[in-house]
Ligand binder design. Sequence first.
Ligand code: PMP
Length: 384
Amino acid sequence: MRSPEDELAELDAASLRRTLRPVDSPQQPESIIYQKEVTSFASNDYLGLATHPALRQAATEAIETWGTGSGASRLITGSLSPHRQLEEFIAKAKKTESAITFANGYTTSVGTLSALLEKGDTVILDKLSHASLVDGARLSGATVRVFPHNNLDKLERLLQSTSQSAEPNRRILIVTESVFSMDGDLAPLREIVALKEKYHALLLVDEAHALGIYGSHGMGLAEQLGCSSGIDFHMGTLGKSAGSAGGYIAGSKAFIDLIVNKARSFIYSTAAPPAQAAASLAALKLIQSGEGAALREKLWSNLRLFSELTDSPLPESAIIPWMVGDSQKALDLSNQLFDQHSILAPAVRYPTVPRNTARLRITITAAHSEKNITQLCEILNSLA
Ligand code: PMP
C-alpha cells in the first residue's frame, strides 16, 4: 500500500505540494502571516466587506437572537428567517422567482449540477470552469462536453451535435463563469445567451468573482451586460465580495424546488449558521447601496492605478494573473515577494490551473490603499 509520505514526496518533487500558512489577522491588506507584517494581495474579499461594521453587527445580532448553529439540514429543522430573508433578497436582486442558499459555493455547484442532470443529459462546460462545476458535472452522470475557453464557435458546434443526437426531453446545460477565477477574464455572456436560445439549451452562470463588482446594483456581469433574463441559473458565492460565506442559486420556482428535493449537498448537510446568512444579507444590501457603488469605484480606481503604474492594459476584473509557467519558478517568485518585500501574492499551480501555466494570482481590492498598490507595482516592475 502506498504511504502518504511517498505521495507527499511526489508532490514535493513536482513543486505541487501545498501548505497552510498561519495567519493571525482578519481579512485585510495589512496581515500578519508567519508572524510577519505583510501586505496581502491574495484575498477575494474584493470590497473589503469581511471586516465591515455592518456585517459584524448583523452577524453579532443574529448570534444574540438565533445562537450559533442551525441544528440540522434545512429539510429537517426548517428554514430560519435569516435564511428565508436572504433567499428572498437574492431572488429579487437577480429578478428570478426563487433562490436557495447552501453553506458554500462549492457545495452549491456540486449539488445543483447533480440535481439538474442525469444520465442521458448533456452538460457543456467552458474549459476553465471552476473545479466545483466540473465535479458537479461529473457526479451528475450526464455526458460531459468541454469547449475551449470562451470559444463560441466550438460551443456552437457542441450544441449542434448534442441537440441533433439528444433524445427529446433530455436537458442540455451550458455552464460558464462570468469572471474566470484564475485568469480574471470575462465570458462573452450575451453571445452565450444567444446560443443557448438558438439551441433551446439551459444556461448556468457562476458569478463568484463578479458579484459586487459589475452592474449598476453590483449584481454581476450579467446585470452589467443586460442579459440576466437569458440566464436560467444564477450561481454565486457569498464568500468573496460579500465578505461572508455561502453559495446561492437563483432561478425559476420549479427548478429551485427541484434542487431542494434533489441536491444531496443541500439535503444531507447542516444548514449554514443563521449569523452567516444575516451577514450575507447585510453584505448584499450594502453592495446595492450608494456605499457599495463607492467601494466599486474605489476598486476600479485601484485597478486603473495598477494599470498605469505597470504600463499594462486595465484589468477586466480584480484578478490579475502574473504568468510564470513553471511551478517551482512561480513558488520561488511568490516566496521572494514574501521574504524580501513582505508581499503575499500566492503561486497558483496545477491542478488549479493547467500544467505549465503556474502564475502568481494577484487580487486587488477596494481595501488596498494607493500606497499598497504603488509598492506592489514598483516591485513587479523591478522583476520585469
Ligand atoms: N465558483 C468559483 C468560480 C470559485 O472561484 C469558487 C471559490 N474558489 C467557488 C465557486 C466556490 O465557492 P466557495 O468558496 O464559496 O465554496
